[in-house]
Each structure stands twice: as C-alpha cells, then as structure tokens.
Ligand binder design. Sequence first.
Ligand code: F6R
Length: 260
Amino acid sequence: MEVVIVPDATAGGELIAEAMAALMRRKPDALLGVATGSTPLPIYQALAAKVRAGELDASRARICQLDEYVGLPAGHPESYRSVVLREVVEPLGLGEGSFMGPDGTAPDVHAACEAYDTALSAAGGVDLQLLGIGTDGHIGFNEPCSSLASRTRIKTLTRQTREDNARFFDSLDEVPHHVMTQGIGTILEARHLVLLATGEGKADAVAHAVEGPVAALVPASALQLHPHATVVVDEAAASKLKLADYFRATYAAKPEWQGI
Ligand code: F6R
C-alpha cells in the first residue's frame, strides 16, 4: 500500500478530494464509496469547494454508502443515509437518485444486506472507496475478527466503537448496537481504496494496519491485500509508524502527475 503523510487533516482532505476530482474528470459517472464519521469531513468540504468554484462538475457522479446503523427511525439525523445526504450528496449538487445505501429500516435486514451487496456489483463496482479507521482497527463496521472474506451483513458494534460514536448522540444508550456494513471482501472489490486517518488516537490502529501482519484482529490490515490502496495519515496518526521516514521519502520522490 502507498502511505502518504500529510501535515494535517485539511491537507489530507485536499489531497484526497483532488484524487476524487481527477477520477470524476476521467469518468464522470464514477461510483464513489463514502464513509461517515468525523475524519472524511475535510474531504467533503474540499470537494464541495471545488464544485462551488466551478473547478469540478460532479453532477454525474454516483455515491454509495459504506455502512448504516440498524434500527434508527427513517430520517434520523445520525442515520448514515442522512449524514451522507447532508455532507456529500447535497453539497455536491447531486440528487437522491444518484445515491445508494443499505436500508437500515428494512424489516428483513439480512435480505437488505444481500441486496445491497448485489446492487454494488450490478452498478459496475465501486471505483474509489473512502475509508476511515476505528480506534480498534475496524474499517466500515467490520469489527476485530471479522472475516477477511466477509460480504455486506449485520454486525454488532464493540463497546469501544459505541463509546467512540456516542459523541454524535445524546448518550451512549442511544448508540445502536447493530449495523449493516459492507464486508471486508466487498470493500476489497473496490478499484481504489483510500483510507484517511487523523489524530493521535488513530496512531496505534494505523501502525498495526500498515506495519503489522494481515490479521482479522485488525480488519484494516486487509488493505495490504489490495493492489491499489492508499493510506493518508497526518503527522499525529503517523507517529507510531516505524517506516515513516521511508514513506515520506517515497512520496517526495513521486512525480507530481502521478497523484495518489
Ligand atoms: C463510518 C465508518 C467507520 C469510521 C471509523 C472512524 O462510515 O465506516 O469505519 O470511518 O469509525 O470514525 P471517525 O472518522 O469518526 O473517527
């Protein structure tokens, strides 16, 4: 995988937004997999700024969700559908028709997971999938010990993830226990995986994912199996990487036109 160390979250957001913009210029109807949480917000802000400045026409892009809470009422502001509509679809000037995600309100959650997995393939597969990383090493909501071959399915959140996400709710009790998430096998089918991690709290998870063995205990380590995976980290999240100097030197020597 390529590891790019950037000074801060804003720089990471800019770098990734530029890669997404370049993709949309090459392939206007690209299927972009988006993540939620705090980390990707600088990416979405940078993309929206490009659209507002007239530097990017995102009108034909298609957006798909990585995961969703199970059991939140339709339209709940913290459902990932609401978050993606608010943070990505609306700012980019897209319609709801350009957006797909797992239905967290479906009466048959298992069938809805399978249907979503099938729909992603039927849509031609994900061109670029954005990922964050949990403090426990999860990607999507594939918690530690998720099968590396897993497909979209229902998962139970760890207490650590529920505590991490409690900041979006009024209390820990309101954080759902269950989620639908693209499986690790599903995620690995995207053509380009781009993981952004910022802040010291992610440093251990990043070090295990990038420099540790591929292990179900650290789901993000599955990126090591992907032929085109880019990990963008700020200085704080890179602080436990043994090979940080090598990653810096490699990226500095890369021709500018090559992008990420
Ligand atoms: C969200 C998701 C999660 C988050 C991760 C980090 O769609 O799939 O894997 O990316 O929990 O969350 P933040 O960015 O809030 O630290």
